[in-house]
Design a protein around this ligand. Sequence first.
Ligand code: PLP
Length: 330
Amino acid sequence: LSALRRAIAGEYTKDGLDTREEHVLVTNGAQQAIALCAALCVQRGDTVLVEDPTYFGALEVCRTFGARLATLPVQAEGVTPETLRERLTATGARLIYLTPTFQNPTGSVMPETSRREVGAIALATGIPIIDDRATADLVIEGRPPAAIAALAPGAPIFTIGSLSKLVWPGLRVGWIRASEPLIQRLARAKTAIDLGSPTLTQAIGARLVAAIPEARRLRQRELKPRRDLLTTLLRAELPDWQFVVPTGGLFLWAKLPRADAREYAQLAFRHGIVTLPGSTMSAVEDHASHLRLPFFAEPDTLRAGVNRLAAAWRAYRGRTRERAKAVAIV
Ligand SMILES: Cc1ncc(COP(=O)(O)O)c(C=O)c1O
């Protein structure tokens, strides 16, 4: 729908990324956007560079396309350009997938200087980057830097967005912003799959995109107290867990001392709480001592959740002490 693409283009242009309707393809959520980019760039056996940890939906896409996955460690300020350059040379990757704004799951934000360098790498090598901004609207503090494409004109960059996090995932309205020739190829790939996104949801989307600035403010008002509540509860009830307070996004990335988060998550399930261990978000099953903790739930749910996490942690600790004793007897 032209009205939706125009509205999306208008939002990007307002944010400093000059965009016309011809640069936008509407997709069924950011998930389909990732899949279409992979369909365009990846042949079976090709290497894709992904952050470690990263959004597991992207790992699923890459695996489905038969890609090999090579990892880029996520630091406090996201992936560094030096690492990207080195890994790109070492692996000969055909595609790079990044979530540089409130990274899922760590919440880290790549600074502007790194974004410029990363964009320059894509321009120099011709290897495309997916800049997945599905969580970029969830600002709690400060103002995140611009999309990579805005800092690297002419670089092969797929900028992905979605209404899922601001409005509702059930709507399935997402999009890709790229150069016109790339959009034309992506549009052909999408037509082969589903002939196009439903006109009804696109019409709703067109109205909602116009309300994005207001939706950002509402989400911020909701997310800030919830993030603060979760951090306060964790510090009080699980003081040995370590985490960096994220400035946006939906998750807190917690490190559990001397623990296997997979074992702990199973125990926590028996205490009535579902948590995701870090290894599920790693292409190489790393981050075994991390948990991803969402803070978007209602305050009462967060309170009940941390209570259960703490009860499960006491049980887990008791169990590991028992185990340590048993080893001592042997
Ligand atoms: C980084 C990231 N990309 C993409 C998606 C998928 O979003 P959508 O519901 O728009 O398909 C998510 C959802 O969790 C996400 O966190």
